[in-house]
Design a protein around this ligand. Structure first.
Ligand code: KIV
Length: 285
């Protein structure tokens, strides 16, 4: 079978124009990146949800750029086809433009991903434009932005009143003008997400924003039922993998205790005469 060529940034634009939906999934390590690639998912986000689903924090705020780079590198070793976006974590792009450029460059240069993502509206558009100017593609992220959880107070839908809906439209248009190649709409009311998808030339990637977006992103651990500390309404549970893993692990522990596993075939045999010879040498001393 012919090997499919790697996904490139302009494929996303082509898919939007053709009305082909864009599946996106998060990944944080080598093995899951291999599985995702084999499943044919074209875009992978190494999200700062890393902080919650892999590192066990209660928000994305403690995630550092070094942690992101570490996980982006692992994903890049596992993927062969997917287009990979690395998340710029909390405060890694807000202090100054120089800081944002340095950190976006580190994600690409040290991590090896193809693009970066940052959260925020019009206030980050000039920073986004500078990063894009240097040749680094940027995915934007508006609506509920988890890095601002303490400002929101809790996870909430953004853009429900006229004022905040207007703000979201202005944000989205400004980010597109600044050069974003795609935009994540997280927890945006469905009619507003539909309107944004219609007005924007770049693909919208929804999460909790309904079926009208150009693409959808889900968190790997949510989709596969690996993480249950918090299950957002927008989660699709395709499997209960945690339950299946618990069963497999307790079977393993039980088999070890009952001496059912390992069997001889799981190890390497040895010529008894060689062993006897070795022991003779020891005993002779
Ligand atoms: O960090 C992440 O995984 C994300 C997605 C939920 C969009 O930003």
């Amino acid at each position: 079978m012919a090997k499919l060529r790697p996904v490139a940034i302009d494929d996303l634009q082509v898919w939007k124009q053709r009305g082909e939906r864009i599946p996106v999934i998060t990944a944080y390590d080598y093995t899951s990146a291999q599985i995702i690639d084999a499943a044919g998912i074209p875009v992978v986000l190494v999200g700062d949800t890393l902080g919650m689903v892999v590192l066990g924090h209660d928000s994305t705020i403690p995630v550092t750029l070094d942690a992101m780079i570490h996980h982006v590198r692992a994903v890049m070793r596992g993927r062969s086809r997917a287009f990979v976006v690395g998340d710029l974590p909390f405060m890694s792009y807000r202090i100054s433009r120089a800081q944002a450029l340095t950190n976006a460059a580190r994600l690409l240069q040290e991590g090896g991903c193809h693009a970066v993502k940052l959260e925020g509206g019009r206030e980050v558009a000039p920073t986004l434009a500078r990063i894009v100017d240097t040749g680094i593609p940027v995915m934007a992220h508006i609506g509920f932005t988890p890095q601002s959880i303490h400002r929101f107070g809790r996870r909430r839908v953004a853009g429900k009143c006229a004022e905040s809906a207007e703000a979201l439209v202005r944000d989205a248009l400004a980010l597109e003008r600044a050069g974003a190649f795609a935009i994540v709409l997280e927890c945006v009311p469905i009619p507003l997400a539909d309107e944004l998808t219609h007005r924007l030339g770049i693909p919208t990637i929804g999460i909790g924003s309904g079926p009208g977006c150009d693409g959808e992103v889900q968190v790997f651990h949510d989709l596969l039922g690996l993480y249950s500390d918090f299950v957002p309404r927008h989660t699709k549970r395709a499997l209960d993998l945690a339950d299946r893993m618990r069963t497999a692990l307790s079977t393993y522990a039980d088999e070890v205790r009952r001496r059912v596993f390992p069997e001889d075939r799981h190890g390497t045999s040895m010529d008894p005469e060689i062993l006897a010879l070795a022991l003779e040498q020891i005993d002779a001393r």
